[in-house]
Structures are given as C-alpha cells and as structure tokens.
Design a protein around this ligand. Structure first.
Ligand SMILES: [Zn+2]
Ligand SMILES: [Zn+2]
Length: 139
C-alpha cells in the first residue's frame, strides 16, 4: 500500500470510479442517474448511519469522508443533520481528495453532494466517502 497510489478516475469528468458488481463505473454518473435532482422526502438512521430517502424510492447512506464509517467529524448529531437536509434537492456533485492529518499523509478520493438551500454553497455541500455512492439503493 502506498499513500501516493492513484485511484482510477473517469476520463470524461475526473470523478473517481467505483467498483460495482465487478465493474468500474463513474461515481458521478452513477449517483446522478439515481439521485441527481431528487428531493429528500425523509431521513432515517439505521445501524448508526444517516440515510437520505429520496422521492424516487432511492436512498443513500452518508458515510464519513475520512474512513467510510459513521459520520464523526461534524459537531451536530446525525438526527440534527437529517433534519437539516430533509426537503432539499440534490443540485450536483463534486469530487476531491481526503488527506489524512496524521503523519501517514494518506490520501484517497472523496465524493461530495451539493444540496439546494440558502446557505453558502460550501455549507450545503457534504463530503462523503465513496462507500456512500456504492451503497445507493432502491428502497
Ligand atoms: Zn464520469
Ligand atoms: Zn472518519
């Protein structure tokens, strides 16, 4: 394992690829086809993960951008975050890189979802781990 190992990205838009059923697919295209432009009708917490449930019976769990686990970097609880996001629509996606703050300096690509709202665009953009994209599912 090397911290400089590069992750495969989509030649069209630079988004990281995710492996699904043994095939690499573009994370942005995968997410856009399922939740792009969709409205969050409700949010639920299952096994400690906050799930956004959309108006097309699709859901996505929010995972921590650093480790893919439950959200633990935010000052607010999963319940509060769910209340904050309910009713919003997905405006778009961004990609970036997570860089560890420990001495390893490990890096990995992350995915971000931009939600509708009045706040500054960075405030309503949520970074998640690529595991969130892998776990988009129909409910
Ligand atoms: Zn792409
Ligand atoms: Zn984490």
């Amino acid at each position: 394992m090397s911290s400089t190992q590069s992750h495969p990205t989509c030649p069209d838009d630079g988004f990281p690829l995710v492996e699904l059923n043994g095939k690499y697919v573009c994370s942005a295209e995968h997410a856009d086809a399922r939740i792009g432009g969709r409205r969050i009708v409700t949010t639920t917490i299952r096994n400690g993960y906050l799930y956004l449930e959309f108006d097309n019976q699709t859901s996505i769990p929010l995972t921590c951008p650093c480790c893919g686990g439950q959200l633990h970097l935010r000052q607010i609880s999963a319940e509060q975050l769910g209340q904050l996001l309910a009713g919003r629509t997905v405006e778009g996606f961004r990609h970036g890189q997570w860089v560890s703050h420990d001495q390893s300096g490990a890096k990995h690509p992350i995915f971000a979802i931009q939600f509708s709202g009045e706040e500054d665009v960075n405030t309503r953009t949520m970074q998640v781990h690529l595991d969130s994209v892998r776990n988009i599912s129909e409910t």
